[in-house]
Structures are given as structure tokens and as C-alpha cells.
Design a protein around this ligand. Sequence first.
Ligand SMILES: C[S@@+](CC[C@H](N)C(=O)[O-])C[C@H]1O[C@@H](n2cnc3c(N)ncnc32)[C@H](O)[C@@H]1O
Length: 339
Amino acid sequence: MGGIFGLDLYRNEVIWKRTSAHNDASAFGRVADKILFFGSGINRSAVRVPLSEDYVAKTYRHEDSRGRYMSSDLTGPGTSDGESGQEWQGWGPTSKGRHWSVPRTGDYAAWIDENLIPGYVTEPGILKRLNMLNEANMVVFSSKGTPRLKRYLMANPGQLPADIWTDIPPVSSRAKEARKYPTQKPLALLERIIKASSNEGDLVLDPFCGCATTLVAADRLQRKWAGIDLSPLAIKLVDERIAEERGLWGGANALDAPPARTDLGELPNYRTHRHRLYGEQEGVCVGCETHFPFRVMEVDHILPRVKGGTDHPDNLQLLCSGCNRSKGGRAMAEWKAAQ
Ligand SMILES: C[S@@+](CC[C@H](N)C(=O)[O-])C[C@H]1O[C@@H](n2cnc3c(N)ncnc32)[C@H](O)[C@@H]1O
């Protein structure tokens, strides 16, 4: 991930609680998956979640005809000789070592302007804004007579999820979205990830797409998408699921051979590695592990070129001519398995 996106874009390891119990004989039960989040930021407004009941009860402890609210300071530390140091309604901040700090910018000021006091944010006068708030019944006085601002619960758009996600349950076998794919993830999980990190019209790639959860979530959120998987079952399920999702699907592209690599540039002819490999292998054939003179050794592609193998040195080895003939067009792993 660091190699692909750059370590400087690493943001979080998010823990997703995928089940409530898991029996692991010699370890703590593995109930979580880890999501590595790389990116330049989060679409905050797209992924807010409702405040917890507990938080609401503890924080928004007052209520008026508009609903629940908490009260917050209308002053900041330090005195001022200007307007923000003047008395208002018989109360002066200077004697308390403070000055007026009546919000004009920020989300709450914008909400006040939009919902309760049109023109609020364009009013430059501090005491005038205090009057506006007071007339709109948004100022409360503490037991000591200090004016405070009402902050309404209804203005709170919810909170950004923290890095432990326990609010998205796994896919139940009875759920409409269940596809009998062993590692299927819930749509809600992919929806949160996609909303947090992309916009409508963006392209979402899932190179391990399983039964197409990411693709369906991306499609529903008006993103373009592409998915890759090497499992024939996954390809079948992707076909079925996307066709069900919307009838516009032309079918998955099933490739029998891997696409040719285009990222290696010009490589020298593989035979030029013969001397180096002979030295590295100390004259021993990788197949039969027997020492042979140089002239008997042949350069072999571990994964044959017809199966997508390249001339890259990592894909080359020396076999004696006997082993090379026996291996033929097979991959090294296939030939070894057949021995
Ligand atoms: C954890 S599952 C993905 C599940 C998926 N998010 C879903 O909800 O269905 C990982 C997938 O990666 C596929 N896979 C594993 N190695 C792969 C590879 N080298 N290339 C492409 N797909 C691969 C597997 O077949 C499997 O479907």
C-alpha cells in the first residue's frame, strides 16, 4: 500500500469489528479486520454518523421549545480595549480577564444564519450580534449572570466515525445482500469507505472484488467502477449480482492468460544471464539439485513466457538440459508438484 500510494498519504489503520466472537486456541479471538486508509483527506460530511444516545444525554442537558441544547462560552481569554471588551446587558468581560467571542464564522454561525437569524453572519458589530442572538432567545444567563450561547442538538450534523468501527454488522446469512461468498463484506462497510474517499463520477477499483460488494456499492453511489478477481466463483457471482443490480451489464471479461506486463521497460535477452546464474547457483541445477558443467546448463523461465512470465532476472533460473526438457512449457510450481 505504501509502495502504491506513498507512505506520506497513510492516514489510519481502521479496525472493523466483523464478528462478536471467534475461537482462536492460542490467541485472543480474532474478531476484527484492519483497513489501511491512505488518502489526502476524508469527505467528512458524507460519512457522519448519528451521535450516541449516551453522548446526547451527557452533552445536551437543557431543553427549550426548539429542542435540546448545551450552553457554551460567548467569551475568550484575554481582555480587549475595542468593542469586544465592552459591557453588554450590564455584564462586562474585562473584569473577568476576558473578551467577547461571538461566533461569526464556522458551521454553527452558518446554521444560525440559515435557520434562525437571516443576516447574522454578515453583521460585523459584536454587540449587535449579541442583541440578535438574545432576541432570537439564543442566550442564557448562568447562575452567576454570565451570558452563554445555546448550541442546539439539531444543528449538530453527527460525528465522524473514529478509527474503531463497531456499528456495521457482518452480512447475516438471511440478509437480502447475502451471496454465500465466504469473505463477503457488508455493503454498508464499502459504502462508508467509498463515500469517505471519493466523489460522484470518480473511478473505484477493487482488485480483489470477490462477490462484487465494492462494485455494487460504488454503482449505487454513482461512481464508475472496475473489479478484478482470479476466482471463477467470484466471476460467476459478479455476473449474477451486477445483472440483478441493473440490467445494463454485458458480462465480466474472463481472461485465460494474464495480461502482458508493460512496466518493465526494455530487458536484455534472457540468455545474457547464464553466467551470472551459474555463479549464483554455484553450478547446481535448481531441478535435480545436481552439479553440472556450464555447457549443460540452460536458462529457464520459472513462469513460462506463454503464461505471462517475463525476461526479468527474478523469473530466470538455470536447469540442466534434462530437467529443462522434462519441465517443458509448465510453470516451475506445476512441474515440481507433478514430480
Ligand atoms: C477477501 S476476498 C474479497 C471479498 C469482497 N470484498 C466481497 O465482499 O466479496 C479476497 C478476494 O481476492 C481474490 N484474490 C486473491 N488473490 C488474488 C489475485 N492475485 N488476483 C486477483 N484476485 C485475487 C480472492 O479470489 C477473493 O475473492
